[in-house]
Design a binder for this molecule. Sequence first.
Ligand code: THG
Length: 373
Amino acid sequence: MAQMKLQVSRRQRATPYTSRVEALGVSGFSVVNHTILPKGFERSVEEDYWHLKNHVQLWDVGCQRQVELRGADAARLAQLMTPRDLRQAEIGQCLYAPMIDADAGMLNDPVILKLAEDRFWFSIADADMLLWAKGLALGMGLDVTVDEADVWPLAVQGPRSDDLMARVFGESVRAIRFFRFDRLELNGREIVTARSGFSRQGGFELYVDGFDFGAEVWDALWQAGDGLELSAGCPNLIERIEGGLLSYGNEMTRDNNPLECGLERYCQLDGSLDYIGMPALRRIAERGPDRMIRGLIFDGDACPACQRPWPLMIDGTQMGYVTSAIWSPRFQRNVALAMIEREHWQHGTAVEVHCEDGRERGGVITELPMEGP
Ligand code: THG
């Protein structure tokens, strides 16, 4: 699996930035939402991690596709698809939100952008929400148009993000608040730009409207990078695990509910809000989740990539599984995200990790984001 070579056709869509990341030495791609996502560059994951924590990077996250809802029933459909309460949401707000089915199984965990009272973008993780939304709209006879927008997110991440963005768009970008968006302008075209992104190092996401505009936006940012040690980057597995950022399909699937994913704060559970899966989710909330996503720090030399769940053992019995893992150069230990049974999910619990290289390593359950070993 690790060395598998994927054959590419038109079904694995390129982004407007693909030619740029290729010119900058991208070393490989993953496929998310049928769209290619850079997974690394010439530097190692560790070097990329330190660079992201100290400087600024441009990420081709065009795979974060936008499912657009617009029309009289757009807000109704948006609310049906998530337990997050959207009633008080403001135009200009981004909302991280679980999407669930009638059994409260996780379908996705998008960032929702409220563009207008009757217009939303669901910036989705790797599952086909366009089909779910279209099916609901048709089946329920809703007055809403559901499309995949021709919008290609580009992320600017790292502590020098504000400095880079200010050079291109002016000082006002510094005033954009976390999980809010503004409309910036470049060469006469508008770009919805949020302070957000799939790292904990700060930064922005530019929702570039129009494939034809993408390379121009990338180049404007790239050319403004003098003296900032700007480089191309991508979501970093070490930083993501330490930061407790979940990845749909890795940490959770439809077999998980949002409570066990630690997303309770994004769930309205008082029964006053009508969304798909509400009764099922309330039943789960009443008895409490059976397991929970936690951090895990474990011993031994650098672990292999986690390509299937690794059993977490306590006294010879499986009590959970690792979903993502990697060596942390900061902690000088392996770090992981893991799903663990309720009786054992307290911080400090000792476990044994059965890695897919056949080795067993001792570890301890930790808080998220991780503070240290
Ligand atoms: N940005 C955008 N779309 C995305 C992602 C993204 N779609 C797919 C995937 N990433 C969705 N997953 C996440 C997970 C966590 C966060 C964002 C997207 C995140 N969470 C913050 C937190 O957990 O503290 C803030 C949540 C909040 O306050 O609402 O940033 O990265 N466009």
